[in-house]
Design a protein around this ligand. Structure first.
Ligand code: ADP
Length: 583
């Protein structure tokens, strides 16, 4: 940036130069005027003296002796040199010199001029007396009278005049300098103030004090700056507001948004994008996008976007500590390829749901096909003749009956889940404030006969007999049935199953513990998924549909609660339903 020189360095030398020029001009011109004035005055004086001399001469004999004497006398009296010259230029008398020694004076400029005009004059250096003289000659009758005085006095006076003049000029110069300094300061101060104000403006500080100046132009400039400052402040506020809104919108978006320029530097980024791409950097603005996001498919998409300059729609997978995150990327070109926008939707859940639905369809088909195949097989065997053997027929029909029960149970469970899912979604469920103990006891009673077959004791424990909750009793009973049934199913003979209710934090909990085989840790996260079984063969052989725990999960869900499991292999498992406590 060309900074130039400060204002006073421009103004001050100009003032100095101007003052110098003016004082020099004044000095020269006054000296010349003075000289002219002095010469004119001297000339007038000499002319008068010459005329007076002529008057005296008119009353004198014109003999050379008399003329010379008169010249000498008057010369002494007036301090003037008088010379009388005849028409031929011969010197008749001279107050300072012997006329006989003086040459013919007809060539002297004042003599030549006096012959033509009223009088003649000249300033010359006289070698005879070694001085500069002013000569004035007047032609009177037949002679020319010339008077002359040396200009020594003039030189002396000029010197004095010049001394006085120089002093005045120096004083004037100093005054002009001081004035120029004051003026420079007066001019430069408001300009400096304006500069400071402009600097503050550029830094976004719009509240700097107003600059007042008696100089019209600076006052006008200050007014303009004031106006600009207000306009800028308004625009600044409006831009800040817009930025704030944009930040709010971006921050509130579920979609991840990243924008970067043609140098691949990020200029827009929201929190959703940071989470989706697991970016740790606090403020990624200004970072190189390829360095910021170290995900190969993402980097390839960015490269393709920049190189082709065409919009891209793609799906990438971003590894995380758990399952990979699936991102749907919409990449757009902005401002004629000068910037780029990427909007990302996290479709991991969608994909998981899709997978679940696909798996579910596969599982349902499989679960339905298994009993159906079995039924079909036994029916065919019966048709092929086994029906004629009453024992076989009875045995096969019992199996067919069990498979039909299983099919029935499966369809029943599927319908229950579908109904619960709907109720969970709509919240359309009628809950009532019910005592918990009777619900637990009903569930225990309905499972007791199965427990007794395995010599399993079911205990009920509670801190508070009067515990009650906002529940649908039949659903809680069904959930408990499933949990107690599993506990009996998977536990060994002679063990204990405990049902316990208590208040923990803001929850009412109902847990079912057993002393069964326990469940390996790796299975716990998926245990409540539909058709998920730890030991598929064992579960099927026991008539399980693989939907029992999924139903429990949905029942807890419709009550705005949840279900958890704790299990130690070889020691047993505890399933707990957490329900919101009545406040
Ligand atoms: P299932 O009809 O197979 O019992 P569930 O959804 O009720 O289906 O249970 C899912 C799986 O969880 C079971 O197949 C079983 O492997 C495991 N499981 C459930 N409860 C227990 C338990 N109390 N002890 C050990 N394993 C259990």
């Amino acid at each position: 940036m060309n900074r130039g020189k400060p204002f006073y360095l421009h103004l001050f030398p100009a003032f100095v130069l101007m003052t110098l020029l003016v004082t020099t001009f004044l000095s020269v011109s006054t000296t010349r005027l003075y000289r002219k004035f002095y010469e004119k005055q001297t000339q007038q004086e000499l002319l008068t003296k010459a005329r007076m001399f002529a008057v005296s001469l008119a009353n004198t004999d014109r003999t050379p002796k008399m003329v010379d004497d008169l010249a000498n006398r008057m010369g002494k009296q007036t301090g003037t040199r008088f010379t009388v010259i005849d028409r031929a230029g011969v010197v008749l008398g001279d107050s300072d010199e012997d006329p006989a020694r003086l040459d013919n004076h007809s060539d002297r400029p004042e003599i030549i001029e006096a012959r033509q005009k009223e009088f003649g004059s000249s300033i010359r250096y006289s070698e005879s007396i070694n001085q500069t003289l002013m000569y004035v000659a007047v032609s009177i009758d037949s002679v020319i009278v010339r008077s002359a005085i040396p200009l020594t006095l003039y030189d002396q006076q000029l010197k004095e005049f010049l001394q006085g003049n120089t002093l005045a000029i120096v004083l004037g110069f100093i005054t002009a300098l001081l004035l120029s300094l004051i003026l420079t300061w007066l001019f430069s101060r408001p300009i400096e103030d304006l500069k400071q104000r402009a600097k503050l403006l550029s830094e976004g500080k719009f509240t700097a004090p107003l600059i007042r100046s008696s100089i019209t132009e600076i006052a006008a400039l200050s007014d303009i700056m004031e106006y600009s400052s207000e306009t800028l402040a308004k625009r600044f506020r409006s831009i800040s507001r817009q930025k704030e809104r944009l930040r709010g919108v971006l921050g509130g978006m579920v979609e991840g948004v990243i924008a970067f320029d043609q140098d691949e530097k990020v200029f827009l980024f929201n929190d959703a994008a940071r989470k989706m791409l697991s970016i740790e950097k606090e403020n990624p603005k200004g970072s190189q996008i390829q360095e910021l996001i170290r995900n190969v498919p993402f980097q390839q998409t960015v490269t393709e976007l920049v190189e082709t300059g065409e919009d891209i729609h793609t799906i990438i997978s971003v590894p995380t500590d758990n399952d990979p995150r699936i991102l749907n990327m919409n990449c757009r070109i902005l401002e004629n390829s000068r910037s780029f926008l990427i909007v990302m939707h996290d479709i991991t859940d969608l994909k998981r749901l899709e997978n679940l639905r696909r798996d579910f369809a596969g599982n349902v088909s499989h679960e339905l096909r298994t009993p159906l195949t079995s039924i079909k097989g036994f029916v065919e065997t019966l048709v092929d003749g086994a029906i004629n053997d009453p024992d076989d027929a009875n045995h096969f029909l019992c199996i067919i009956n069990r498979q039909v029960d299983r099919l029935n149970q499966l369809i029943e469970d599927l319908l229950t889940i579908a109904r619960l899912e709907k109720e969970e979604e709509t919240g359309a469920i009628d809950m009532e404030c019910s005592a918990i103990r009777p619900i637990c006891e009903t569930a225990i009673t309905s499972c007791r006969s199965r427990a007794e077959k395995k010599d399993i004791k079911i205990l009920y424990r509670t801190d508070d007999d009067s515990l009650s909750g906002m529940v649908v009793p039949s659903l809680i009973e069904q959930a408990l049935n499933n949990l107690i049934d599993n506990a009996i199913k998977y536990s060994n003979f002679g063990t204990v199953v405990a049902v316990e209710t208590k208040i923990a934090d803001s929850f009412l909990t109902i847990s079912v513990s057993d002393e069964g085989p326990g469940i390996p840790r790796m299975h716990l996260p998926r245990l409540f998924e539909r058709f998920y079984r730890v030991d598929k063969a064992r579960s099927s052989s026991m008539g399980g549909t693989g939907l029992g725990l999924a139903i429990v999960k949905h029942i807890a869900g419709v009550h705005n609660g949840s279900v958890t499991v704790e299990s130690v292999v070889g020691k047993g498992s505890t399933f707990t339903i957490h329900l919101p406590k009545i406040s």
